[in-house]
Design a binder for this molecule. Sequence first.
Ligand code: UT7
Length: 323
Amino acid sequence: MTLRAVVRGVGHYLPERVVPNSEFETLVDTSDEWIRSRSGIERRHFAAEGEMTSDLACKAAEAALANAGMTVDQIDAIVVATSTPDLTFPSVATMVQARLGMVKGFAFDVQAVCAGFVFALSNANALIVSGQAKRALVIGAETFSRLMDWTDRSTCVLFGDGAGALVLEAVEGKGDASDRGILATDLNSDGRFRDLLYVDGGTSTGTTGHLRMEGKEVFRHAVEKLAETAHASLDKLGLTGEDVDWIVPHQANIRIIESTAKRMKVPMERVVVTVQDHGNTSAASIPLAMSVGRARGQIKEGDLLVAEAIGGGLAWGSVVLRW
Ligand code: UT7
């Protein structure tokens, strides 16, 4: 028998304020047409003044717990993927822990930018299969609107705020790819590419800073590396794109999503796409897409999913799981 981390619940939260592309037309030299055609984004949500990453994370966690039919006292670990913590420390995860009323177990953040949720899932899986946690809340939560340079049209139109969460539970499986739960992961990073996507603030400046991106270069890496990592995870199971029911990609750009699906020989009908409604929500994008995909009736119990993401670092990776 093999311990598997099985998804028991999923949920998400999006801030109330919806910002259509047209709002940017008065801010910078851009157009709805450019944003749609170059990225696939039509609108995104922005957090209200005073609404923090931990607030979004808590609401997503509560939705996931309700969906799982569980209460917080059944959870023994919280892992939050974020690059936009309320404070440098303590972690968003411990803030969520306190707010949910969880007084045991442990909580910590993972920071791998847009690949954060894949890294967090892989970490939570390791905790579960090694017996260090029985049930874990894994959350991706971001307020990237707080990192935008509103004079930089090449970045400010791309990002949004939101949060998504999964409840994972340790379940005995047979040890083959027919098991439910996380079946394989593949994590990568290459710090030589730090200048392609970064925030120019932190302890070195004493400011929060703004997001800076060489979009074209990141795009080039994404197109190559996302299919590669998805194949690496599937290879570990002797599976191919043909076995995949749903790709749940990081939602940065529809052209990257389409190109990765094509390289994996998976038709777009089997890809969960939310980029038009959420923009790029960094570490929140995959759990948000899982939650929306489930609510739309796309993802069903027993379906084989591949989640893949790339972001600042560069850091990239994938997770194969059976829902
Ligand atoms: O989540 C982390 C990973 N991040 C990503 O995956 C993002 C990857 N990159 C991308 O998605 C795309 O590269 C972008 C959407 C950022 C840009 O699309 P692109 O097709 O690579 O455009 P570009 O950067 O080559 O820019 C084309 C033109 C430029 O003008 P010139 O130099 O050709 O005259 C830009 O100045 O479009 C211009 N441009 C804009 N025009 C109108 C850049 N931003 C805008 C804008 N509105 N917002």
